[in-house]
Design a protein around this ligand. Structure first.
Ligand code: DOR
Ligand code: ZN
Ligand code: ZN
Length: 356
């Protein structure tokens, strides 16, 4: 079965400042092994991507080492709204953390939030990490300013209900859901292990999980929130939140297709068509993924490309395997082997990225 090149609109590469967790070469190897031909990278690096200088450096690192296509988000601080607006055309989007997560980026006061929504040019999405009532803050700002809002990792019943209500009112709101929130709940936390199960937003209840499945029609994208931290860090005294997800997302979702929980066209809409439309991404020619829907896989039993080196889905037996990935006519992955070289990916905000 052949799928178009899949796009993950929410990944964390750890370059600069956390290369032992992931860098552009390892993270995009994980992307290709997982069937993704493009990734949009979050700005919570060390230092974070919050001004022109850090943005230029982040894009240079990606151009030098990425093995698949990419674009870079810029991150909001309480005083950088006017500095980010000129970068919008070259950015994947603007990222605002309304709630604490990993790293120092957080804006939770209404004044700076409103400034960001008002200053950010209209065309590119404002992606937010917002949990619970903060989702309503973000939706209110989108309603008041008309800016396109993309809600990251919606995980709870009340949140997806608000997304539905906002869409029914015609507000410019889109959202993504992660595989870990579709396939894991707080009931799995003990089996995953203390520390290892830490993630923001946290694993939710089985009822929250069911609500996501019941509201698939308002979920625009599946995004991994690939947040690599090493096993040693996750099992240490201060476990950082986050799960690696690039190499497990497609097998899990293909398995859901085989089980009849999801249509194949629903999957392709949420991993290709909707990400392209929402983020205004070009369609690289001759770029596709060959998958084997029948092949059995035990997640975590084979070596992973991510430097994180572990998965919260370890031991899960699913069907659905990535066989081959072709990017612009070149084989980038085949049967477990990464063939694309670091630097072969393109920045999707460069005009040349739409050409072969
Ligand atoms: O669990 C998380 N980890 N949530 C976030 O929002 C950030 C991420 C990370 O960068 O590790
Ligand atoms: Zn987040
Ligand atoms: Zn994230």
């Amino acid at each position: 079965m052949r799928l178009p090149g899949l796009i993950d609109v929410h990944v964390h590469m750890r370059e600069p400042g956390g290369e032992h967790k992931e860098d552009w070469a390892s993270g995009t190897a994980a992307a290709l092994a997982g069937g993704f031909t493009a990734v949009l990278a979050m700005p919570n690096t060390r230092p974070p991507v919050v001004d022109e200088e850090s943005f230029v450096q982040a894009r240079a690192a990606a151009r030098a080492r990425a093995r698949c296509d990419h674009a870079q988000y810029v991150g909001a601080t309480s005083d950088n709204a006017s500095a980010l607006a000129p970068l919008a055309e070259q950015a994947a989007g603007l990222k605002i953390y309304l709630d604490p997560s990993y790293g120092p980026l957080r804006v939770d006061r209404l004044g700076p939030l409103h400034q960001h929504f008002a200053a950010w040019p209209g065309g590119r999405p404002i992606a937010v990490h917002a949990e619970g009532a903060a989702v309503a803050t973000a939706v209110g700002l989108a309603a008041a300013t008309g800016r396109p809002l993309h809600l990251c990792h919606v995980s709870r019943r009340e949140e997806i209900a608000l997304v539905r209500a906002a869409k029914e009112r015609g507000l410019p709101v889109t959202c993504e859901v992660t595989p870990h929130n579709l396939f894991l709940s707080e009931r799995d936390a003990r089996a995953i292990g203390r520390g290892l199960c830490e993630v923001r937003p946290p694993l939710a209840t089985p009822a929250d999980c069911a609500a996501l499945w019941d509201n698939l029609d308002v979920i625009d994208c599946f995004a991994t929130d690939h947040a690599p931290h090493t096993y040693a860090e996750k099992t240490g005294a201060q476990p950082p939140p986050g799960f690696p997800g690039l190499e497990t997302a497609l097998p899990l979702l293909l398995n859901a297709v085989r089980e009849g929980r999801l249509g194949l066209e629903d999957l392709v809409a949420r991993l290709h068509h909707n990400p392209r439309r929402i983020f205004g991404l070009p369609l690289p020619p001759d770029t596709f993924v060959d998958v084997d829907l029948a092949a059995a896989v035990e997640l975590g039993s084979e070596p992973l490309q991510t430097r994180a080196g572990w998965t919260p889905f370890a031991g899960l037996k699913v069907r659905g395997r990535v066989r081959r990935v072709v990017v612009r006519g070149r084989e980038a992955f085949r049967d477990g082997e990464i063939l694309a070289l670091p630097g072969s990916g393109r920045d999707l905000r460069d005009a040349a990225a739409s050409r072969g």
